[in-house]
Design a protein. Structure first.
Length: 155
């Protein structure tokens, strides 16, 4: 089998055109990569990127510490406030529904229940501390009700 030298020449010319096109494409990509710079500016760009990455890692570390602190403070803050109004003198009608019990509790159930008993002659205010939705003092029916409502709103 004899190969025509003209076909070989055409194949070699086509290969040369493809290689020239590939070289031009690589030059364009390299020009974009270097952005008109040289190896020294590329090294500076890499060093700057590394510094920025270190700053980003430090910022992430500081942010995680800050958000952890915010989360701790949020758990301690009041997250449920409930109020129940009632009439402590049901039969006589004195005071109406001016008396109330209000619970201020955080996520862990710590806080306070404040109650006010209103009558025409005086107003009495009581405060009972809470630990895990429990008080060392006896809770009235209204105080227990308001504490149950606040517990539902947190859960």
């Amino acid at each position: 089998m004899i190969i025509n030298p003209l076909y070989v020449a055409y194949v070699l010319i086509a290969v040369c055109v493809l290689l020239i096109g590939w070289i031009i494409r690589l030059e364009i990509k390299l020009g974009k990569f270097l952005r008109g710079g040289n190896a020294k500016s590329l090294e500076n760009t890499i060093i700057d990127a590394h510094k920025k990455l270190d700053m980003l890692v430090e910022f992430r570390k500081d942010s995680l510490a800050y958000f952890g602190d915010v989360e701790k403070r949020l758990r301690r803050s009041v997250q449920a406030i409930e109020t129940v109004r009632f009439n402590p003198f049901k039969g006589s009608g004195e005071g109406g529904n001016q008396s109330f019990s209000t619970a201020f509790v955080n996520e862990e159930g710590n806080g306070v229940v404040i109650s006010s008993l209103y009558s025409r002659e005086r107003v009495s205010i009581f405060s009972k501390p809470l630990k895990k939705f429990q008080s060392t003092f006896e809770l009235t029916e209204e105080e227990s009700e308001v504490l149950g409502q606040s517990k539902k709103n947190i859960s």
